[in-house]
Design a binder for this molecule. Structure first.
Ligand code: HEM
Length: 397
């Protein structure tokens, strides 16, 4: 029998490692092969191994059946803190969502619009005269960091707010243990402060310190910290990645700029970018019973890696799925998830992306790669999909 080369998609699939930069570079080919030949594929990577779920219909089935596919073990690597509601199941998860959903509705979030625009323009002021920017570290990361810090901590003292923004932005920029530790300490401070001095104000801290779950019990200290942690884990790399991915496409295809300048782009075109690039690539589930999926028998307790990104490029659901298509309505993409865990921050992400490009395109035009080309852009391995850095040149409007 002919020997299979190491980078053959079939060979790679059985050892596919989402944290490997080499595997990241070839993952679209690996998933395409999987969807056709082995849609529920076992990989030995990362310890105990897991089933990689690659077809849209299987991904949908898993996400819509939380009783069989529990969100326990949602993080592909164990997390030192609880990540509720992300790692929880109904009914507890639904109770938490009831507490949080009103604070992430579009109407509620639009109260923060003036502050969001102020953050965006202040960042653009720092580099616009240069004609060149590293868009991720000089705009996308600090922008999403400052917006999320303002929404979660809702601080009225401007000095304290600035400190919180700096701590959250360090996480958005570095994602390292030290910055997460500083953020967890800050979150714990804010929670204790609010417990000791309750304020009757509609915000996240009030919801988690006064709200109840499961028939009336308050959240424990760990659960409160878990909510704040998951908001930052869920809201920073994701929206940063989405802004970076859209800017990458604008630099690659200048003819797209006019679409993004049209306010109508937020109705449909924004979702097409999110479908194609899936800023959240994957998350995990655990089988609660023996079950068959895509012709494969999965045993109770086994781990699944649900690939939102592969589902979003499944040609049987989205014809010509590897391309941006603005001439057709592509409904039902899995970019914000499907089922009970559908993204809590989807409205926030959409508002931030809208404001980011609105403010950028008021000042700059003709985005292009300042060094190298599209093939030189590195996409980070791991859960989030997005360019690690984006060195762009532009003209002034
Ligand atoms: C473009 C940006 C974003 C994308 C693509 C995205 C994607 C997702 C996906 C795919 C899920 C489902 C997870 C699952 O089924 O296990 C999810 C859940 C979640 N997202 Fe987002 N997200 C984005 C922005 C945000 C933001 C800004 C926040 C901050 C509030 C956020 C907070 C959350 C939370 C808390 C959950 C868990 C919900 C639950 O378990 O009930 N996300 N997101």
């Amino acid at each position: 029998m002919a020997e299979q080369p190491e980078n053959d998609p079939g060979t790679l699939l059985s050892s596919y490692d989402m944290f490997s930069p080499e595997h990241e570079r070839v993952k679209w080919g690996v998933f395409e092969h999987a969807r056709q030949a082995c849609p529920v594929a076992h990989t030995d990577a990362d310890g105990g191994g897991q089933y990689v779920i690659t077809r849209y219909e299987d991904v949908r089935r898993v996400l819509e059946d939380p009783a069989t596919f529990s969100s326990a073990g949602v993080a592909p690597r164990p997390s030192p803190v609880t990540l509720n509601p992300l790692d929880a199941d109904p009914p507890y998860q639904l109770d938490l969502r009831k507490l949080l959903n009103p604070l992430f509705s579009r109407t509620f979030l639009m109260k923060f619009e003036p502050q969001m625009r102020k953050s965006a323009t202040a960042l653009i002021d720092n580099w616009v005269s240069r004609g060149r920017v590293e868009l991720i570290s000089e705009f996308a990361a600090p922008f999403v960091g400052s917006v999320l810090a303002q929404i979660v901590f809702n601080e009225t003292d401007s000095t304290k707010m600035q400190r919180a923004i700096e701590i959250v932005t360090a996480v958005a920029l570095n994602s390292d243990d030290e910055s997460y530790f500083n953020l967890a300490s800050l979150a714990a401070e804010y929670i204790v402060e609010r417990e000791d001095n309750p304020i009757d104000r509609d915000d996240v801290l009030n919801a988690i310190t006064t709200g109840t779950v499961l028939g009336g019990r308050p959240l424990t200290e760990d659960e409160r910290l878990g909510v704040v942690t998951v908001l930052f884990l869920g809201g920073l790399d994701t929206t940063r990645g989405a802004i970076g991915a859209i800017a990458y496409h604008l630099a690659r295809r200048p003819e797209l700029e006019h679409r993004v300048r049209d306010p109508k782009w937020i109705r449909q075109d924004m979702d097409e970018f999110i479908r194609l690039e899936s800023p959240v690539g994957c998350l995990g589930r655990t089988a609660t019973r023996d079950v068959e999926l895509g012709g494969v028998r999965i045993k109770q307790g086994e781990q699944l890696l649900v690939r939102f990104d592969s589902a979003n490029r499944d040609d049987t659901k989205f014809p010509d799925a590897a391309e941006l298509r603005f001439d057709t309505v592509r409904s039902g993409h899995a970019g914000f998830g499907l089922g009970v865990h559908r993204c809590l921050g989807a409205h926030l992400a959409r508002i931030q992306i809208t404001i980011a490009f609105d403010e950028l395109l008021k000042r700059i035009t003709n985005l292009r790669f300042a060094s190298g080309g599209p093939a030189d852009v590195h996409w980070a391995p791991g859960i989030a999909n997005g360019p690690e850095a984006l060195d762009l040149a532009f003209d002034l409007v």
